[in-house]
Design a binder for this molecule. Structure first.
Ligand code: MG
Length: 395
């Protein structure tokens, strides 16, 4: 039986790699729908190759192109494309239509930004399993999403390498004491605080281990990415923040680990390739050979290093712990302020270190709503983004 899948964010970094995995796995999958962001040409090429029933354009997938709506409106099917008839859907309504389509066995939510949240909830309510790569879904609304998944008996299998590692390690969650999340440390791990403060966009984007989208790469440079991952881990696995530890591991071979009550530590290791966790998430509980570039060799790797994170240099992680513990909309504020600050950094408006300072200021001033509804979550997200942008403009 083929597994029927839709991909939200098929033209992004995770989406394109997921299609490489699916192509390699041949007849294991049937693609129901592909939803892409602003890269219309790539979405068209993907549709020609993978022949989904639906394609959906959603330029809101990236808030950096929020003002770029309408590019898909000009999409015209050529003669060749007309031979494969796919239905064209648009925007958030299109995503809702895809995620309520019970033809899907699983939906890979691979877009970045808050646009991932509502479609994920819709899929859950329709009993469709989720392979989750979108961070905002859990950072903004982890309590609601996990409660709904439980209610509808839906599996949420994480795609992110760290959570995927933990998912692979856990056999009996009731006997696990602690989660240990590894962090590569990014490009500034062994640079001075001064060097980091004055880093250029190019330096921040030069990640030593992972090739990812711009926003997440900057988050990896400030370690905010690890902060967001702690919050996700808290929701996914139901662990207290005090039982989630971060350790810096520059080689990115140990993708994360868990410690059982008896002191046994189980870690998941592998070469740093997103193909592996993506494949695991969309094929779970099966395992296939798929894209395996080469066999793992301890002797070739030779050494694995670990160190404590330097919270003076990377205060974002501490801030994420604090906001996570406060709960409610605290993490919505953290996420929104950080994202707007990252975009301002990428636009050359602020320095790298300002990202933390601005995010911290917004968090300090935020009045937390304890048990927010989805509408309240989006309301806070919007309000914080406006406030952050205004603050940056007035700097
Ligand atoms: Mg990660």
């Amino acid at each position: 039986m083929k597994r029927r899948i839709s991909i939200i964010g098929s033209t992004g970094s995770i989406g394109t790699q997921a299609l490489e995995v699916i192509e390699k796995l041949g007849d294991k999958f049937e693609i129901i729908a592909l939803a892409g962001g602003h890269n219309v040409e790539l979405l068209k090429k993907q549709a020609e190759k993978f022949k989904p029933k639906y394609i959906c354009h959603n330029s809101n997938c990236h808030s950096e192109v929020e003002n770029n709506m309408g590019s898909f409106a000009s999409l015209k099917m050529t003669k060749a494309e007309e031979s494969h008839k796919y239905q064209i859907l648009h925007g958030p309504e299109g995503l809702e239509q895809i995620c309520s389509n019970k033809e899907n066995d699983i939906i890979l939510v691979a877009c970045s930004g808050k646009i991932g949240l509502k479609p994920t909830l819709t899929a859950i309510k329709n009993g469709i399993d989720i392979a989750l790569a979108n961070k905002e879904t859990l950072v903004m609304a982890g309590d609601i999403v996990m409660a709904e998944a439980k209610k509808y008996g839906v599996n949420i299998v994480p795609v992110d390498s760290e959570h995927c590692a933990i998912h692979q390690c856990i056999k009996d969650i009731s006997k696990v004491d602690k989660l240990i999340i590894t962090a590569s440390g990014g490009p500034f791990l062994h640079k001075s605080i001064e060097e980091m403060k004055n880093a250029t966009v190019e330096q921040a984007l030069a990640h030593p281990r992972w090739n990812m989208g711009k926003k997440i790469t900057v988050d990896s440079a400030t370690l905010m990415n690890k902060g967001l991952e702690i919050i996700e881990a808290h929701h996914l696995f139901g662990f207290d923040y005090d039982d989630i530890e971060v350790v810096v591991h520059p080689q990115s071979i140990v993708h994360s680990a868990i410690e059982y009550k008896d002191g046994s530590v189980i870690a998941q290791l592998g070469l740093p390739s997103m193909h592996i966790p993506i494949q695991y998430a969309i094929t779970y509980p099966e395992r296939y050979e798929g894209i395996k570039s080469k066999s793992f060799s301890f002797a070739e790797i030779a050494r694995l290093d670990f160190e404590k994170p330097d919270y003076e240099k990377f205060p974002t992680v501490k801030l994420a712990y604090e906001m996570g513990k406060l709960g409610g909309t605290a993490t919505v504020c953290l996420n929104a302020a950080n994202e707007e600050a990252v975009f301002a950094f990428l636009d050359g408006k602020i320095k790298l270190y300002n990202i933390y300072e601005i995010t911290k200021k917004m968090c300090d001033e935020h009045n937390i709503i304890k048990n927010p509804t989805i509408d309240e979550i989006f309301g806070v997200d919007k309000e914080i983004r406006i406030k952050t942008k205004e603050f940056i403009t007035n700097l």
